[in-house]
Design a protein. Structure first.
Length: 126
């Protein structure tokens, strides 16, 4: 008798309504590691300090989230079977690290941009 899960058991822990199809999954993976990708609505040459502060906050939150995921992943991989751990290190960890680095760069960009715009306007950084 096989100990493999039944088809209905595969998604037992899933909380989302539906899994992405192959094209959506591929596009999301590529987007995740695109170093210069901007978020929807993000305009680098904004002339408004409030916009820059908004994006700095968004990227700070994303960076905090990604660091949390990396912390959990790093802890879990240490207790995994060697083959499973190797797979996580070759795939998931690389994606998480690339995303973290992108968020760090974007956060720094928006902090600098906010400072420049506030200096130009003569207002303090908020």
């Amino acid at each position: 008798m096989s100990s493999a899960p039944h088809d209905g058991d595969a998604d037992a822990g899933r909380t989302d309504a539906s899994a992405p199809d192959k094209t959506e999954a591929r596009d999301a993976a590529l987007d995740a590691v695109e170093p210069e990708r901007l978020l929807d609505g993000e305009v680098e040459d904004t002339r408004h300090a409030d916009d820059a502060l908004h994006w700095a906050k968004v990227y700070a939150e994303l960076l905090d989230f990604k660091r949390g995921l990396l912390g959990v992943a790093e802890q879990r991989v240490e207790s995994m079977d060697e083959a499973a751990g190797d797979e996580v290190k070759k795939t998931d960890m690389k994606v998480l690290l690339a995303e973290r680095e992108r968020f760090e760069r974007r956060l720094e960009f928006w902090r600098r941009r906010a400072q420049i715009l506030q200096d130009q306007a003569g207002t303090p950084v908020g």
